[in-house]
Design a binder for this molecule. Structure first.
Ligand SMILES: [Cu+2]
Length: 138
């Protein structure tokens, strides 16, 4: 029985916390998309839930995207076919599609320890330098 409104509020907050906890991101990485690069504010994270705050730079003048692939290849050594990296050849963890210049989106992924490469796979963009690597540590 709940006899006090304070206890009721406390229980309400506690219940909310339980509901929210599965989507709580432990690590946050800021990824900035430039026309000739992808910049991360950290190149290593701990395994688990990782939130990517992706933004397309205001002066990039092009729509970009961010694709996360799990691979041991170096970021600049991925195969390219008709201007694009064949994503089906890789384990694709997630993707943030089509951000106009100055716009951003968030994506939360569960990442196991290992090596990952982040790319923009708009035609020709990978070859322009839109790739970077991310190491996920145990
Ligand atoms: Cu791009």
């Amino acid at each position: 029985m709940i006899s006090s409104p304070h206890i009721a509020v406390f229980l309400g907050v506690a219940a909310l916390g339980l509901v929210c906890s599965p989507v709580y991101a432990k690590e946050t990485i800021k990824a900035t998309l430039l026309s000739n690069a992808i910049q991360l504010d950290m190149s290593r994270v701990k395994a688990g839930t990782v939130m990517f705050e992706v933004s397309n730079a205001p002066d990039s003048a092009q729509t970009h995207e961010l694709v996360v692939l799990k691979t041991d290849l170096a970021a600049d050594k991925l195969p390219v076919k008709n201007g694009k990296v064949p994503e089906s050849q890789f384990k694709k963890m997630g993707e943030v599609e089509d951000m106009a210049p100055g716009k951003g989106k968030r994506m939360t992924l569960k990442l196991a320890p290992g090596r990952y490469v982040l790319i923009c796979n708009k035609p020709g963009h990978y070859a322009m330098g839109m790739h970077t690597s991310l190491v996920v540590m145990p």
